[in-house]
Design a protein around this ligand. Structure first.
Ligand SMILES: NC(=O)c1ccc[n+]([C@@H]2O[C@H](COP(=O)([O-])OP(=O)(O)OC[C@H]3O[C@@H](n4cnc5c(N)ncnc54)[C@H](OP(=O)(O)O)[C@@H]3O)[C@@H](O)[C@H]2O)c1
Length: 296
């Protein structure tokens, strides 16, 4: 797979990256950890070099699976590893998840992620969501310190709008942005992608398959049942909008078939060819899904 320069940084990434949110299990349907490890191995075998994870994905579970698999395969140096900061939680049954991008949380979380990921450095370290209770300057100064210490290579954010990214640039060399983007959800074309292009950021766009909806495997009577694909979590699964999407997917299927692709493959190809997209993140829970998603 041909690599692309990741914005102004020294990193080079494949246009498809493996997303590992699903490796955490809940709010997705339960996973098989061996299958997740095999999915990661298959992705690397297919040439993918960008892996995205986060502490909150299964409360450390996704990072642990990624960490032990990279260690077993002895491939850490070849991989561009992206993880995130920004959610704290309590141990025990009642997790009480809250946003926390304070300096203290940044310094604590980086060491926890390095341990789970069995590595000395993170290639792209991203603030997961804007935290209204912490000044952006405080978070960015902490990120800059981690970069100076060599614990992270590139400072990134996820889910920040253009104004928030502009604010970051006053304090630190922000070079990466991770917004949501797929064939159905294109809001970022208005301001976020143009901002990233103007500032020569590397971008990791997420949700390329619209949480699996764009694979064409669901139907009116085959609605997904896990929490992550309910209207409360993502409005696209509201019945009327969902049915409109299904109708559009039927049309896309025909177009994809003319190019000998499945609809999932077609929308992945669509995403990686959009202006401003450096790498489209695609989630997968097993090798079969990875194989389909990387054969484009
Ligand atoms: N920064 C953020 O706030 C944020 C938010 C969301 C995601 N992300 C990142 O972006 C990554 C990708 O997004 P995503 O995982 O939400 O969604 P996605 O890539 O749109 O969809 C992935 C899901 O679709 C299903 N799938 C994938 N390939 C398939 C295939 N070939 N056939 C059938 N089903 C298939 C799998 O779920 P099932 O098997 O359960 O159907 C898989 O977990 C995440 O893993 C994460 O790394 C970041």
């Amino acid at each position: 797979m041909l690599k692309r320069k990741f914005g102004k940084t020294n990193l080079e990434v494949t246009p498809i990256g493996l997303g590992t949110w699903v490796f955490g299990g809940w709010p997705w349907n339960e996973i098989n950890e061996k299958e997740c490890e095999a999915a990661l191995e298959t992705a690397i075998g297919a040439g993918i070099n960008l892996i995205d994870t986060a502490p909150i994905y299964g409360f450390g579970r996704s990072e642990e699976i990624v960490g032990r698999t990279l260690r077993r395969l002895k491939v850490r140096e070849k991989i561009v590893l992206a993880t995130k900061q920004g959610f704290s939680w309590d141990d025990g049954k009642k997790r009480n998840v809250r946003k926390d991008c304070s300096k203290k949380a940044v310094f604590r979380e980086i060491d926890e992620s390095l341990k789970r990921l069995q590595t000395d450095w993170i290639d792209i370290y991203q603030i997961h969501w804007p935290d209204e209770n912490t000044p952006i300057g405080e978070t960015m100064e902490a990120m800059l310190k981690l970069k100076d210490q060599g614990k992270i290579k590139v400072i990134g954010v996820c889910n920040y709008n253009a104004e928030q990214m502009k604010e970051c640039l006053k304090y630190a060399p922000l070079e990466s942005s991770q917004p949501p983007y797929n064939y159905f959800q294109r809001d970022i074309e208005k301001e976020i992608l143009p901002f990233c292009i103007e500032h020569k950021f590397g971008t990791l766009t997420y949700g390329t398959l619209c949480k699996g909806l764009l694979t064409g495997k669901f139907g009116i009577d085959k609605k997904p049942n896990d929490p992550v694909r309910q209207q409360t979590w993502d409005p696209i699964f509201e019945t009327k909008r969902y049915e409109e999407c299904l109708a559009e997917i039927e049309k896309l299927k025909k177009q994809a078939a003319e190019e000998n692709l499945t609809v999932g493959q077609w929308v992945i190809r669509w995403a990686i060819n959009q202006p401003g997209v450096t790498c489209a993140l695609v989630g997968a829970r097993n090798p079969k899904q990875v194989k389909e998603n990387t054969t484009i």
